[in-house]
Design a protein around this ligand. Structure first.
Ligand code: GLY
Ligand code: MN
Ligand code: MN
Length: 434
């Protein structure tokens, strides 16, 4: 992503903040995994969105209209010895030259400098609650100026939610963001195809999971969330991530995996027969989930509201479950009573972007949000029938199916970013046989 895109975002945010305001946003921190080892570093998505700066121990400050520069980045100083051990740092020079900061200071000097920046502002835009230790320091800095108000210092009198403006901006994807999301989708499609082709009875879930590690890293992408590779009964556990079991002939395999490219996620689920051919019962449920998926995708268009795709999926699934005799009664009543939730207990999708469950309100006031071009969401209906479900014939046991794609709202309707991965049962069988 080019520096100009980050600059455009900061300018847009500052325009909305108004005069005499300051935005303060810390980066993510490194997290210890065990003893001296850290988890791989992942930048805070809001911080990444506004700065493109991928180091820990940094704080972004925006001050609309400040004469000596509106964008200040506190970050680690260059330190040859530390860098020899732990990797390169941009330092203050890099913050300015590479990342477009107007001014940059060592993070260790923040206690001395930030109170002076707060002085004279009316409002502080921040993400209160996300980083409690940082919140305490911020309150300390404000108190420090407040104590000097008798000496004539003007202190900020309100905290404003930065999330509120920022998350609305993040909901509408720019051309550059869509380029990265398309790239993540394409890499993910390749990875899912690899797994489909390599799947066979006797292999283990982790062996197929390894195909995703390989394909993602080969293209410099990372997992956007822990992959779910669940054979048989494991496909009915929504967040199954152990991925330890052997794959059995006759069972289904549900894979929900996604990668991120420069932070932008893809999120795909496919469910396919381990031996390459759906059984009659599996196929009946599969085709029902696929019909729900198609009905939901058709509802993705500007002017429809967020919940329209979900309502369409629920209607198709409820009707289908009645036809398969998994539910009994009037469809309207079953929907009203949410009887489908016995087999379909999650929603049909979520926003997708820098976070796999991306930010952005689903309701405005008490109304579902209207869909608009540039929004990206998943469509992911499913049906899950664990063994020994009450009153359920055993031919359905351990069938867990989800079909998930990433869908962009366009001016005319929708575009499925992950459309290159087969979805129809016959197409999946053909790919597995190839
Ligand atoms: N993989 C997380 C989800 O599908 O929502
Ligand atoms: Mn999803
Ligand atoms: Mn998913």
């Amino acid at each position: 992503m080019k520096p100009a895109e980050f600059k455009r975002r900061r300018s847009q945010l500052m325009k909305m903040m108004g005069k005499n305001t300051i935005a303060i946003l810390p980066s993510a921190s490194e997290i210890i995994r065990n003893r001296d080892a850290h988890f791989p570093f992942r930048q805070d998505s809001d911080f990444l969105y506004l700065t493109g700066f991928n180091e820990p121990d940094a704080v972004m400050v925006l001050m609309p209209g400040r004469k000596h520069g509106e964008y200040i980045l506190f970050c680690r100083e260059k330190d040859p010895e530390q860098e020899t051990w732990n990797g390169r740092r941009a330092g203050q020079e890099g913050a300015i030259e590479t990342y477009g900061a107007d001014d940059s200071f060592p993070i260790d000097d923040i206690d001395d400098i930030l109170p002076g920046l707060l002085e004279g502002t009316d409002s502080i835009f921040n993400v209160m609650g996300r980083y409690p230790d940082f919140d305490k320091r911020l309150i300390g800095w404000v108190s420090h100026i407040k104590e000097q108000s008798r000496a004539g210092l003007h202190f900020p009198s309100e905290f404003v939610s930065l999330d509120y403006i920022l998350h609305d901006m993040r909901l509408y994807k720019s051309r550059e963001e869509l380029r990265l999301m398309r790239k993540a989708a394409a890499i993910n499609v390749r990875a899912h195809k690899r797994a489909l082709k390599l799947c066979a009875p006797g292999k283990y879930e982790y062996q197929l999971a390894a195909e995703f590690d390989h394909e993602y890293r080969t293209h410099n992408a990372h997992h956007a969330y822990p992959a779910i590779v669940g054979g048989g009964a494991n496909g009915c556990i929504l967040h199954y991530t152990e991925n330890t079991d052997e794959l059995n002939d006759g069972d289904l395999l549900l894979i929900d995996a996604g990668c991120e490219v420069e932070g932008y996620a893809s999120d795909i689920t496919r469910t396919f027969p381990i031996n390459g051919k759906y059984s009659k019962a599996q196929r009946e449920v599969y085709d029902l989930v696929l019909a729900a998926h198609q009905a939901a995708v058709k509802k993705v268009k500007p002017g429809n509201h967020w919940n329209d795709p979900h309502n369409a999926a629920v209607r198709v699934i409820t009707r289908g479950l009645v036809e398969l005799k998994l539910l009994k009664g009037s469809i309207t009543k079953l929907i009203r009573e949410r009887a489908y939730r016995k087999f379909y207990m999650h929603r049909t999708g979520h926003w997708l972007g820098l976070d796999v469950h991306d930010v952005g309100d689903y309701k405005v006031g008490d109304q579902w949000r209207l869909l608009e071009p540039g929004m990206v969401m998943t469509i992911e209906p499913g049906i899950y029938i664990p063994a020994r479900s009450r009153g359920v014939h055993r031919k359905w046991w351990d069938i867990g199916i989800r079909i998930e794609d990433d869908v962009l709202v366009t001016s005319k309707g929708y575009e499925i970013l992950t459309d290159a991965l087969p979805r129809k049962a016959t197409e999946i069988e053909a790919l597995m046989a190839s």
